[in-house]
Design a protein around this ligand. Sequence first.
Ligand code: GAL
Length: 495
Amino acid sequence: MFYLKIVVLCVLVVLAGAERRFPDGFKFGAATAAYQVEGAWNVSDKSPSVWDIFTHDQPHAIADGSSGDVACDSYNKWREDIELAAELGLHFYRLSISWPRLLPNGFTNIISEDGTRYYNDLIDGLLEKGIEPVVTLYHWDLPQNLQDLGGWTNPLIVGWFKDYARIVYTLFGDRVKTWITINEPIVICEVVYTMGTFAPGISSPGIGNYLCGKNILMAHAAAWRVYDEEFKPKYHGKVSLTNQIFWMEPYSEEFIEEAEFTMQYAAGFYSHAIYTKEGGWPPTFEKYIAEKSKREGYPRSRLPPFTEEEKEFVKGTHDFYAVNHYTSRLARSLQPGETAGLWPMFGAGEIDVFLDVHPDWPQAANSWFFVNPPGLRKLLVWLKKNYGDLEYMIIENGYSTREGDINDSKRIQYYQDHLEQVLLAIQDGVNVTRYTAWTLFDNFEWTDGYTSKFGLIDVDFNDPSRKRTLRNSARFYANIIKTHSLDDINTINKI
Ligand code: GAL
């Protein structure tokens, strides 16, 4: 009996250990984006992007009045970046291509030689170290001349983006096998057009955001189809877009419906058309906006409909589901006289939902960022329930501080807690295959400038050489990658 107990105990210990291991083939990476790291905003034939113009013309819109003119100088320091990625043992590195660096006038009649050389060097350099390049076509730096023609609110952008995508696949598709078409449509459309706070800073709530939304979905679908028809047969890669999704927790039992409805906006707005059998907008949301538009005296819904043909065009344009996740909200309906709660993104204001945060969720360095690790697991399970048993990739997740300490214990805790939730989601049956830390090194954090630091690696922005120094979180993450598990974290935590 005694021996039996020992055996049972050993089995339990082994099983518990096994649960802390990531599945074989699970990949770890880290991400950056062109405008946030490259600098070299006007070298060679590169034309200005909306972020170049916005930061130069409206420095007051950026917390420290800064810009991405030099940023981390990755345009010149890419070799060092690759060395650091290799030192961490990354399986993949997610980078984005700057549209105006590659196609200086936004169209495909002129392809920059310097732009092509830069991305070739970066991609080849990564592959030489055994690091897979994961490439985003669009991470917010639209060529300004296309913005002058209406940018994402002009339906012609569907064709412009498709042409751009074809050039990128032609130039780099022999070596890049995982593609993200568009990074976070909800931020592009809501933070630009509903809130007017991100470049190009146009405020058109309830109109511009929806024109942008439909065009983005169509542009993504066009770029996916070009790959599928012309490149997939020879290169066998995968293409999808990535969505930024806050987890919407009901404020209390009473508000389960409100939270679900908000999820249909927060996640559904850029998923339903692509990932469901019916296609088109999430029905509850489409009906709501149609009725509201009518009450407001509009002759038709402010949300532009999809024709049957357009629904077919967008439906099924995915090879995996990619999600960027940082934070959660508590959703409840508005009380009489109340206006939308914190951070009026994701439907608050439009859908009369108050988005609050729990007092126990610690705040990171950004106004919008409150930490709730279980939200990640719940989100992954929700996505599977709504969009099916797909391959799920976490394409961004990470933590910000103001101080930038090398001993960044809070960032370590964030990664540990979130990776634990990823393991739990996998145990729940969600097929998660990748985890991507945002970000490899501190960089230009949009309207927060350099005041908020997300890096596993510190960058000294006062040093002309932009010295990079590994934080403890980088060593912690490297160890997880090496051991392929969370088993060792307690030792590492004490660094
Ligand atoms: C994401 C974005 C990244 C990065 C991150 C942290 O929304 O894709 O570029 O800024 O947030 O705020």
